[in-house]
Design a protein around this ligand. Structure first.
Ligand code: AMP
Length: 405
């Protein structure tokens, strides 16, 4: 799949595109002044197209100055950067690692990230300002700089205290971002606290679209090996190849539970362990409570001696009392085992919980990572011991995506 390296959303990017357009105009004018019109040969047209593309690419690249390294993911290194013309305008420059294993040296993750971020512009989705390639042929994505870390950092930091109003604000921002993806027929497929980055004004932004895909055709087969295990819904663990936006809703539910408990709610050590932990927590899937489940490719018949009845409202209220009966009801609607009974992102946004007290905290007043200003809310203390985050980080990435669909 060819990726155009020229995407511009920032105002200054428009200026550089118009520079290039002027250059194009100049080339055209010069050629018409240079005597009789001779149709250019296809080869010379190709050459001038390439020159123009290179010129446009250089213009975009020169707009930015790369600073220190911010972090490193599986397929990219992220740097802080700023606009050459405006040093106080920061950006994050994500330099994609070139890997000979991949077609054209580019991983599918990188191609997906560019493809979907190009299409999605929303306050709760990280903005892609530009894309350019460097002299060494590496592709760089110029992204909105989000300096306040991510939700995982907040959840794990014992020095940060937060309450229900804060959770409501974060959950609202997350759900609005996911709703927008689904409205545009894009599945994110890797929602987890670590992929929810925080802007300087406290806005939560959905990032890392490396596993995203479009789902306009409900009958198209897709891979079930997506979504980091602890956030993966039971239908994918059972190998479903046809699924919809509610796979992301399950992940939203897991993030909701984790924000409340401050530890991941269902943390399996393998795919098998994950499904058995889901059954222990929410109930054993059966044909009665989930028609068709036994036909899923990786379905495993449960041990008749260990059948757990489907959990109802009381269970959710008992496990998550801090969010109240209405909040527990909302969480339950995200955790329905049968995907057909699970709420959509749109239904979540229409739920009564958003209107109950307390109102969501204003984003500017939300707790921030240590080093920033902290705010005392209703204290939700950390539960249990240390979380082993080895399988937590990028677990979905460790799967084999050779047959990625
Ligand atoms: P990723 O490859 O997207 O997982 O990014 C690796 C690391 O770079 C993240 O864990 C963040 O610490 C940092 N990072 C990524 N994107 C941004 C951004 N837009 N703003 C600030 N830091 C970022």
């Amino acid at each position: 799949m060819a990726v155009s390296p020229l995407i511009s959303r920032s105002p200054s990017a428009t200026a550089s595109s118009s520079n290039a357009a002027m250059k194009l105009k100049k080339v055209a004018t010069q050629s018409s002044l240079n005597g009789p019109e001779i149709a250019p040969s296809p080869l010379s047209m190709q050459n001038s197209d390439r020159e123009l593309t290179e010129q446009l690419n250089d213009d975009v690249r020169h707009k930015y100055i790369k600073d220190k390294k911010l972090g490193e993911g599986t397929y990219a290194v992220v740097f802080l950067g700023h606009l050459r013309s405006e040093p106080s305008s920061f950006v994050a420059i994500k330099k994609i690692k070139v890997n000979a294993e991949y077609k054209d040296g580019l991983s599918m993750d990188a191609i997906r990230e560019v493809k979907y971020l190009q299409e999605l512009a929303h306050p709760n989705i990280i903005a892609l300002h530009d894309v350019f390639s460097s002299k060494d042929k590496n592709l760089s994505l110029v992204l909105e700089y989000l300096p306040l870390g991510d939700l995982e950092m907040l959840i794990k930091d014992a020095n940060i205290h937060y309450g229900v109003a804060d959770i409501k604000a974060w959950m609202g921002m997350l759900t609005r971002g996911v709703w927008f993806c689904h409205e545009n027929f894009v599945l994110h497929r890797d929602i987890k606290p670590n992929n929810l980055l925080i802007a300087s004004d406290g806005e939560v932004k959905l990032a890392d679209f490396g596993l995203a895909r479009s789902f306009a055709d409900p009958y198209l087969n897709m891979t079930h090996q997506v979504i980091t295990r602890w956030y993966r819904p039971p239908e994918l663990l059972y190998g479903a190849r046809q699924y919809s936006g509610v796979v992301d809703v399950w992940s939203i539910g897991m993030v909701f539970a984790e924000l409340i408990l401050r530890v991941p709610f269902v943390a399996g050590s393998s795919d098998l362990d994950q499904i058995s932990k889901i059954c222990e927590a929410f109930g054993t899937p059966t044909e009665a409570n989930w028609p068709g489940v036994t036909k899923l490719p990786n379905y495993l018949a449960p041990d008749n001696n260990h059948m757990v009845p489907l959990q109802g409202r009381e269970f959710f209220l008992r496990q998550f009392p801090t969010v109240g009966a209405v909040g527990a009801d909302l969480l339950m609607s995200m955790c329905a085992l049968d995907p057909r009974k699970r709420s959509s992102a749109c239904q979540i946004l229409q739920h009564g919980w958003w209107l109950t007290e307390p109102k969501p905290t204003n984003k500017e007043n939300l707790p921030r990572k240590s080093g920033g200003t902290k705010k005392m809310g209703d204290d939700l203390t950390r539960r249990g011991g240390e979380v082993d985050d080895t399988p937590f980080k990028n677990a979905a990435r460790q799967l084999d995506f050779n047959a990625m669909r």
